[in-house]
Design a protein around this ligand. Structure first.
Ligand SMILES: [Zn+2]
Length: 409
């Protein structure tokens, strides 16, 4: 029986590896495609070729590292490596928390050590050559140490918390953990995104003029009651709305990231603002939250299931169930699981983009939105010809060409 369980694990990780390689290969072949004719006025041919070359070399590199990591896991499983590290940890301490921390410290230090040459090659041979992320040797070492330190503190803290929760709750672990994760993210959302961020991030009034008046006229037209327009310098973090309302009463204003204004005509800026307000008026953030909530629940249920199935421990040649072995088994199938569970949120996110585009188009902004999207895409040198399967599994944004096609209708 334990052998069957092990076989299931092996099938899952190898299948995931093969599917990822297949999709990546399909995408790779498209990277040589010529730039679509409708876009070559916006993109610089040389810049685009360079960024596609960078993508190609990264894709090949990823193929090498992921194959190497798969082999590493297979060797660990084949030679009962996890059971060996488990015995080592238990010899030092039989305390559930301490032994788990030692176990993961050994596993992750070994992994970091073995993959360190890859990180060096990626930073100094690939990124430096393409002018991405140029780092000195000292800065590289410092950033690695910073990452290891953060991982140790955060990972160690989470593991400790999870073990304490698990020993108290047993089978109901996932329900309680789900509740905690949900409450913490809700608090973070309301406290940070709604209160701290708008209050403490510097935003300045946009200069008086045609642009400001046009923006105010438009937001009044869609029923947002503000008297001023403010601007934040820089790019919006992925988790933040690019347009939001800040303050109360007479201080109430609409805040816009300057990435929506810079290098855009007034009409293009309005089109981008309309797109963002489309997300807002259709409650997309709410649905994103619901899907994330469901995904968290499923993940925690899977973890709980692994932890309470002794056969899985036996599959890894450990006969006395230990939290860290269960967690390790879960981490091994974490990537395939999140690959599968990511399909729905990614699909929804792309659908939201189309809906927000349609919202902007309903105010007559189709052409301006199209040219604004082209400019943004050129600035970021996005891949113009991703394979449809790649978009389906990995991208939360639709490809530029499909977006433009839909806007055209
Ligand atoms: Zn959007």
């Amino acid at each position: 029986m334990a052998q069957t369980v092990l076989d299931i694990f092996l099938v899952i990780i190898i299948a995931h590896y093969l599917i990822e390689r297949l999709i990546s290969n399909l995408n790779f072949r498209h990277l040589n495609d010529a730039m679509p004719a409708s876009l070559n006025t916006i993109y610089s041919e040389t810049d685009y070729k360079k960024s596609q070359r960078y993508r190609r070399i990264n894709s090949s590199f990823k193929m090498i590292t992921s194959t190497f990591l798969l082999l590493l896991i297979l060797v660990m499983i084949g030679f009962d490596g996890f059971a060996f590290v488990n015995r080592f940890a238990l010899e030092i301490s039989t305390n559930p928390v301490l032994s788990a921390l030692i176990f993961f410290a050994v596993i992750f230090s070994a992994k970091e050590l073995i993959t360190f040459p890859f990180a060096i090659y990626k930073t100094f041979a690939i990124d430096n050559e393409y002018g991405e992320n140029v780092k000195s040797g000292g800065a590289f070492i410092f950033s690695m140490f910073k990452k290891w330190f953060a991982d140790a503190v955060l990972g160690g803290g989470l593991i400790t918390l999870a073990i304490l929760l698990w020993t108290k709750t047993g089978k109901n672990f996932w329900l309680l953990a789900w509740a905690i994760v949900t409450v913490v993210s809700l608090i973070f959302y309301f406290l940070y995104t709604k209160v701290i961020f708008p209050k403490f991030t510097r935003h300045e009034p946009l200069d008086e003029g045609v642009e400001k008046q046009a923006i105010l006229d438009f937001v009044h037209r869609v029923g947002i009651d503000v008297d001023d327009v403010h601007v934040i310098q820089g790019n919006a973090p992925a988790s933040n709305a690019k347009v939001f309302i800040s303050g109360r009463g007479s201080e109430k204003c609409i805040v816009i990231y300057n990435s929506l204004l810079n290098d855009m005509t007034v009409a293009e800026s309005l089109a981008l603002i309309a797109h963002e307000l489309g997300h807002r008026s259709k409650g997309h953030a709410f649905w994103k939250g619901i899907v994330r909530f469901a995904k968290n629940g499923l993940m925690l249920f899977a973890l709980s299931f692994v932890l309470s199935t002794p056969l899985i421990f036996e599959a890894f040649s450990v006969y006395e169930p230990r939290f860290h072995i269960g967690l390790m088994a879960f981490l091994i199938v974490y990537a395939p699981l999140s690959f599968l569970l990511g399909i729905v949120p990614k699909f929804m996110s792309r659908w939201h983009e189309y809906r927000a585009d349609a919202y902007a188009a309903s105010f007559g902004f189709s052409n301006d939105l199209a040219s604004a999207l082209k400019k943004q895409s050129a600035k970021r040198s996005t891949n113009l010809t991703p394979h449809p399967l790649y978009v389906f599994f990995y991208q939360s944004q639709p490809s530029l060409l499909t977006r433009l096609k839909k806007l055209d209708k």
